[in-house]
Design a protein around this ligand. Structure first.
Ligand code: HEC
Length: 231
């Protein structure tokens, strides 16, 4: 092999993926065109703009604690994955008005975020619309969504049928407290040795909880942008 061919090989091996995976998607995503609703297809008119509220500090806590290593926030198109067909995963199968809100992710979903946590692995569930699932699970256990998430963050394996969970405990987001403290904020649970543990959430835990509950990326987008099973 000549030196020239070697250099050419290097350029192709690194340059082509760089072009296809970074330069082209960046160009496409940074010049998003406004997309309009279609009255016949969507039942409304106007230009789509994301109405998602974004919780900056909670999102930073999510990033700093490596949640994105195991959780994605990207509902894949139906040809690339089964996200759309999992219960309340890509949105709600049925909302209060009996509507199906499930849909694929669109680039506008991340428009207000300083960092888009699309994630790098799918070890745990996709969290794009986890707000709905957390509210439902909390209600089924008779807990407030916040109290349920604090317990989940501290002791992910301390729930019926979850002893196998590899979701790591996050004690650094809490302060240890006395199990006898009489405050509504105290989260108590028994550890593996049967000892009562008590913690109070720090501001990081509160912000992360608000952020997780805000994750409901299933607001209506023009049908031309994203696939919905209802269409
Ligand atoms: C090592 C991989 C890993 C990391 C890192 C991780 N998780 Fe998990 N997570 C999982 C797995 C596996 C599950 C599924 C089992 C379960 O429900 O506990 C899960 C489940 C969850 C659920 C429940 C999702 C649902 O659909 O009900 C939430 C919420 C969650 N994780 C939040 C977090 C947060 C917040 C962080 C960062 C502080 C985090 N996870 C970091 C692996 C991980």
């Amino acid at each position: 092999m000549t030196f020239q061919k070697f250099i050419l090989g290097l350029v192709v091996a690194f340059g082509l993926p760089w072009l296809l995976l970074i330069v082209i998607p960046f160009g496409k995503m940074s010049n998003l065109e406004a997309v309009s609703f279609d009255e016949d297809e969507d039942g409304r008119v106007g230009v789509y703009s994301s109405d998602q509220q974004h919780y900056q500090f909670g999102s930073a806590v999510y990033g700093a604690n490596g949640c994105y290593v195991c959780h994605t926030q990207l509902i894949r198109p139906t040809y690339a994955g089964s996200d759309m067909w999992r219960d309340n995963w890509a949105g709600q199968n049925k909302d209060a008005d009996d509507q199906d809100t499930r849909r694929e992710s669109v680039p506008q979903d991340y428009a207000k975020e300083t960092f888009a946590h699309i994630g790098i692995n799918r070890v745990g569930q996709d969290l794009s619309s986890v707000g709905y699932r957390l509210e439902k699970e909390a209600a089924s256990l008779g807990l407030s969504p916040e109290a349920f998430i604090y317990r989940r963050l501290l002791a992910p394996r301390d729930f019926v049928g979850k002893h196998w969970s590899t979701c790591p405990s996050q004690p650094q987001l809490f302060k240890k407290a006395s199990p006898f403290a009489k405050s509504q904020n105290v989260v108590t649970f028994e550890n593996a040795e049967g000892e009562l543990q008590a913690y109070v959430p720090k501001k990081e835990a509160k912000a992360l909880t608000r952020y997780l509950l805000s994750l409901k990326k299933d607001n209506q987008v023009p049908a031309s942008m994203s696939y919905k099973p209802a269409k």
